[in-house]
Design a protein around this ligand. Sequence first.
Ligand code: PA5
Ligand code: NI
Length: 194
Amino acid sequence: MALLEPFGAELNLHTGVMESSKQLIHRRLSDMRGMYVNEAAETELQSAENPMIYEVYASEVPEETGQVLYCTTIIHPGRVGDEYFMTKGHFHSLRDRGEIYLGLSGKGYLLLQTEEGEPRAVPMHPGTAAYVPPFWAHRTANVGDEPFVFFAAWPGDSGHDYGTIEKIGFPQLLVSRGGQPVLVDNPRFSGVSG
Ligand code: PA5
Ligand code: NI
């Protein structure tokens, strides 16, 4: 492993913008095809404006054992049908790698599931330090009217397995009922073995 120079990166604790980040990831609705349950609403919103769902400012730390990666995520406010804007979600490729999230601004939820499809949900607001234990897939959603911003840090060799979530989804959906976030069963969830 190379000996890196120590450094300090400035990040805006309200907006989540990390000016020094050269790895800005933008995910629009068209980058998440089929991940929202209401397909008609998805198609309509995509052809109307294809909104920006979330942005990630990533560190430039190498993805290798012993390093600690970090980033900020900004999820914009909005819904596809009743379902709140959210990240794609993933398991870590190395399943026994955990992660820490710190809420910076706005209101959101951390949704998790085990490989057996056991769901959990953790509300997040500024100051919430949320723990993603090893083996749990994780996704976040914005349930407020302003951007939901959080910081994340995780082991450098974790990797991202998006494919499993693209295939099975999450067991629960986070939807708006009378303006309030409510968890409901995902009718399309078939589980890892399904
Ligand atoms: O490492 C994480 O879990 C986060 O930094 C996410 O990568 C980030 O929030 C974007 O979500 P996803 O990677 O599921 O698109
Ligand atoms: Ni992760």
